[in-house]
Design a protein around this ligand. Structure first.
Ligand code: NAD
Length: 496
């Protein structure tokens, strides 16, 4: 396992490091900056302008003006769609450069950023660009003498607070539907991964998106992020991140202008593997489901339940896969797993691993740092775990799998639902009846049958229970950025 390759690529050129407000790159009002770190080494990549409350204020003022007086919400949907399509083209033209930013900043595999994350951003933009001219209300035949219709109007200024694990996907998962509806935005990327968001701001300007429509304020959560949650002139907040911060944002929204919020708060997702599964296929699905993006993925199959008949064989396969994983520089095409995104996350994961050992779980493989520099961790698998252990209850957000054995479907369903979360789940079986029964019984926003992490932009995505509420992706996401207005007129002297 875990050969640790030295960094193959030095830091790619960084063009944009300031805040993007009202169509211009500007210094923060305080003039302060913060370091953005290369997780391969722990060294500084560059300094980025540090936005605070006053910078958020400026950005909100620009977004408010663009919404209240500017062309964006007033132009036709097809015109907005055309600019979004142009932005998608520009993203594809610059795929290498943007992929390098997410790889160096987030420790994400360069080849996957290039083949998946960045092209998916373009696809997301095109999907919602195509929807922009199909947003319409309904005509109502009301009681005698009245006629009504509904308008679906953009909600206004949107605050988007996003995490660091998928800097590009998260940016457009929120921005694309909001832009399609005619909203304007203030985006606060995670402090760990500010670089690609600034590149997107630059491309949005080139695509012709008017000044003030898309603003990016980098900064920390307790300052810039909190200012968005509490702002009186932001009409909606969309957030992805931790449950703890989700609570704070909801409280801030309630204490300020009662803006609606949508929250995607991660999970502790179960994957149920039944005796009739093809073992090789099941091992592939379970392994990728957990260790994709070094386990920093909110839908990770971090609780794997295996039926007793195939348990031993499956465990063996999973351990083999973990041992064969090459951990190292995310720019090296031979590497399967890059570094964790930051030091805090790295230390948190290692402390969960220690906790697991103390709780009496058996460490089957992994558990240690790889190399001495950077934030690399071995793919780690625990067995002899149960739902009472912290490592099975809490989201670790790193390459750590809990493996458990079950006897019957009923038992598996019950244990799968023993969690405060409800984001995702998976089932591997050839039995359609089992697949359908389990799908209806699991309380989670997505059920993957004989696959895992199978996302696409047209498939709505979001949580049950403490995984949050609201749906990203799909046409459903548009509703998060729309208001319904009813317009009623009398019809005089009409028999209708
Ligand atoms: P976080 O929730 O603190 O950060 C996410 C975003 O929220 C960042 O942009 C951050 O600046 C902002 N933020 C932080 N405090 C804020 C506040 N008071 N008001 C407004 N915005 C604020 O997440 P983290 O600390 O970076 O990671 C902690 C844990 O969160 C992870 O270990 C993982 O369990 C979970 N997480 C989940 C997801 C997901 O996709 N659901 C993504 C990242 C992290």
């Amino acid at each position: 396992m875990g050969s640790h390759c030295e960094s193959s690529v030095k830091i790619p050129p960084i063009k944009f490091t300031k805040l993007f407000i009202n169509g211009n790159f500007v210094d923060s009002i305080s003039g302060k900056t913060f370091d953005t770190i290369d997780p391969r080494t722990g060294e500084v990549i560059t300094k980025v302008s540090l936005g605070d409350r006053e910078d958020v204020d400026l950005a909100v003022r620009a977004a408010r003006h663009a919404f209240d007086y500017g062309p964006w919400p007033r132009m036709s949907g097809s015109e907005r769609g055309r600019m979004m399509m142009k932005l998608a083209d520009l993203i594809e033209e610059n795929v290498e450069e943007i992929a390098a930013l997410d790889a160096v900043n987030g420790g994400k595999l360069f080849t996957l950023c290039k083949a998946v994350d960045i092209p998916v951003a373009a696809r997301t933009l095109r999907y919602y660009a195509g929807a922009a001219d199909k947003i319409h209300g309904t005509v109502l035949k009301m009681s005698k003498g009245l006629q009504g219709y509904t308008l679906r109007e953009p909600i206004g200024v949107v605050g988007s607070i996003i995490p660091w694990n998928f800097p590009t996907t998260m940016f457009f998962m929120k921005a694309a539907p909001a832009l399609a509806t005619g909203c304007t935005l203030v985006v606060k990327p995670a402090e760990q991964t500010p670089l690609s968001a600034l590149y997107y701001a630059h491309l949005a300007k080139l695509a012709g998106i008017p000044d003030g429509v898309l603003n990016v304020v980098n900064g920390f959560g307790e300052t810039a992020g909190a200012a968005i949650g509490a702002h009186m002139d932001i009409d909606k907040v969309t957030f992805t991140g931790s449950t703890e911060v989700g609570r704070k944002i909801m409280a801030a929204a309630a204490a300020s202008n009662l803006k609606p919020v949508s929250l995607e708060l991660g999970g502790k997702s179960p994957l149920l593997i039944f005796d009739d599964a093809d073992i090789d296929q099941a091992a592939d699905i379970a392994f990728r489901g957990m260790f994709y993006n070094k386990g920093e993925i909110c839908v990770a199959s971090s609780r794997v339940y295996v039926q007793e008949g195939i348990y031993e064989k499956l465990v063996k396969k999973l351990v083999e896969k973990a041992k064969a994983t090459v951990v190292g520089d995310p720019f090296d095409p031979q590497v399967n797993q890059g570094p964790q995104t930051d030091k805090k996350q790295f230390e948190k994961i290692l402390s969960y691993i220690e906790r697991g050992k103390r709780e009496g779980a058996t460490l089957l493989t992994g558990g240690k740092q790889v190399g001495q520099k950077g934030y690399y961790i071995e793919p780690t698998i625990f067995t002899d775990v149960n739902e009472d252990m912290i490592i099975t209850k809490e989201e670790i957000f790193g390459p750590v799998m809990s493996l458990m054995k079950f006897k019957t479907m009923e038992e598996a369903i019950k244990r799968a639902n023993t969690t405060t979360y409800g984001l995702a789940s998976g089932i591997i079986t050839k039995n359609l009846n089992v697949a359908n029964t389990v799908s209806r019984s699991i309380r989670a926003g997505v059920v993957w049958i004989n696959c895992y992490t199978a996302f696409d932009v047209d498939c709505p995505y979001g949580g049950y229970k403490m995984s949050g509420f609201g749906r990203d992706f799909g046409l459903e996401a548009l509703n998060q950025y729309l208001q319904i207005k009813s317009v009623v007129t009398p019809i005089h002297d009409s028999p209708w």
